[in-house]
Design a protein around this ligand. Structure first.
Ligand code: PHE
Length: 453
């Protein structure tokens, strides 16, 4: 899920003064206190409650099992130092500025990111920790670390359906070469990776098809401080490493004919940059963004000028876990129900057996948006989603816009959202749903001054 594509839909701009609920002056998160700000704080208690779940550290949870499989495979190729305990609270500088995100990048907006206050937020990607990891392995010179791996929860305001949740797990990886000591060995390292990949194909009777014909020519050129040869070798090392990871996952799923492709993309801190997509269940599934690290980031991490080259990737774990373990709804990953968590064991890819399907109940909420006056305040679709999440949490399966029109005379805009109330673990009663729906309606009026229909 590349960060670049995360742009939520603005549904209204209005200039009525918002009645803000009184925020506590301080938020205590995992034992630490953070000041709030009326203008910037948009994180809710229901989101903060998810910050100490650490599914990636649970050895018997699909996310933890998958994290261990990938970590083990990568460490069999090169020594990577592992960081799995970073707090999700980072500064705006760590998450955006240090990586070269332009000031106007949509990922920074309050509609897409959970802010604790003006300078502090819930990380939206594990790349927020790249600099501190580079600095750490640079200082830790006793070990010959060749790179690092980070696994962690990341937070994004987003729509509500079977594949979207406000928390995701990512694994970040990076590999470095010191010039000329290590770069002189790059070709040999790539040969060794290629033979690992070929052995995996032969031993498991698998084939790997790279569907490159559908892909457009590269849009980004190499960085000036790297030679053409170095750029090519770095790209080959990165791509072969990630192909080995893909093959390992397909092998565990017993997939024999693996189809994948590399597409070009951009990230502010890599050049050139790519995405890897796998053909899975009859569609292209994008699993990973990656690229050659810009020298600027290495300089910020205290490496000497022109001393070091390397690559980085960021891999989304949730979608892969859902496919590997056959989990149909992302909310299940967060379930504490023994009928779910009891099905998974360290080191095994068990296919999830549904224990029961509880029926869903549809409820519509329709409203007129406030008048458009000036460019003061905005409502995004994600704000509507957030209200539903905060009121009903995991009791909602999906929220969809089902109708939208403008009144010919008053020019007011009307929206209708359809909420599917459905639990993974139990039946929800009608009166429970009525009370949730009433709360959603009231919150929409209170926060955004909509006129209910
Ligand atoms: N952080 C990026 C994302 O979330 C992925 C990425 C990581 C890209 C490292 C390049 C290098 O989409």
């Amino acid at each position: 899920m590349p960060y670049i594509k995360l742009i939520s839909r603005r549904i209204c701009q209005y200039s009525i003064l918002k009645t803000k609920e009184a925020l506590p002056k301080l938020l205590t998160i995992n034992g630490k206190e953070y000041p709030t700000s009326n203008k910037d704080t948009n994180v809710t208690q229901s989101i903060l409650n998810l910050t100490n779940r650490n599914l990636h550290l649970n050895p018997n949870h699909p996310i933890g099992i998958l994290r261990t499989i990938i970590e083990t495979k990568l460490n069999s190729l090169s020594p990577y130092k592992t960081f799995n305990n970073f707090s999700p609270i980072v500064t705006k500088w760590q998450n955006f500025d240090s990586l070269g995100f332009p000031p106007t990048h949509p990922g920074r907006s309050k509609s897409d990111t959970y802010y604790i206050n003006d300078t502090t937020l819930l990380r939206t990607h594990t790349s927020a920790h790249e600099i501190e990891c580079f600095q750490d392995i640079n200082d830790d010179s006793g070990h010959n670390w060749r790179g690092f791996l980070i696994s962690a929860d990341v937070y994004r305001r987003d729509e509500i359906d079977k594949t979207h949740y406000p928390v995701l797990y990512q694994m970040e990886g990076s590999h470095l070469w010191t010039r000329p000591r290590e770069t002189s060995n790059m070709e040999a390292e790539i040969k060794s990776l290629q033979s690992t990949l070929n052995e995996m194909l032969i031993n498991n009777k698998m084939t790997l098809t790279r569907c490159q014909d559908e892909v457009e020519p590269p849009t980004e050129t190499r960085q000036d401080y790297m030679t053409e040869q170095e750029t090519k070798l770095c790209e080959m090392h990165l791509k072969t490493t990630l192909e080995i990871v893909v093959l390992e996952l397909c092998r565990l799923k017993n997939m024999k004919d693996v189809k994948m492709r590399w597409t070009n993309t951009t990230f502010p801190w890599t050049q050139p940059s790519w995405e890897i997509e796998i053909w899975w269940d009859n569609q292209w599934l994008e699993i990973c963004g990656c690229g050659i690290i810009k020298q600027d980031l290495l300089l910020k991490s205290d490496f000497e000028k022109d001393s070091t080259i390397g690559w980085a990737f960021g891999l989304g774990l949730d979608r892969i876990a859902m496919l590997l373990f056959g989990i149909p709804d992302i909310r299940l990953l967060w379930s504490n129900d023994k009928r779910f968590i009891g099905q998974f064991v360290e080191g095994q890819i068990n296919t999830f057996k549904p224990y029961s399907k509880y029926p869903g109940t549809l409820r519509d909420v329709a409203f007129w948006l406030p008048d458009i006056l000036q460019d003061n305040e905005e409502i995004h679709e994600n704000d509507v989603m957030e209200i539903v999440r905060d009121v009903a949490g995991d009791l909602v399966e999906s929220v969809k816009l089902t109708d939208e029109f403008i009144h010919p005379k008053t020019h007011k805009r009307s929206l209708c959202y359809r909420i599917n109330y459905q639990s993974m673990d139990r039946n929800i009663t009608n009166s429970e749903i009525n009370s949730l729906q009433e709360k959603v309606r009231n919150e929409l009026v209170k926060k955004y001054h909509v006129e209910l229909r």
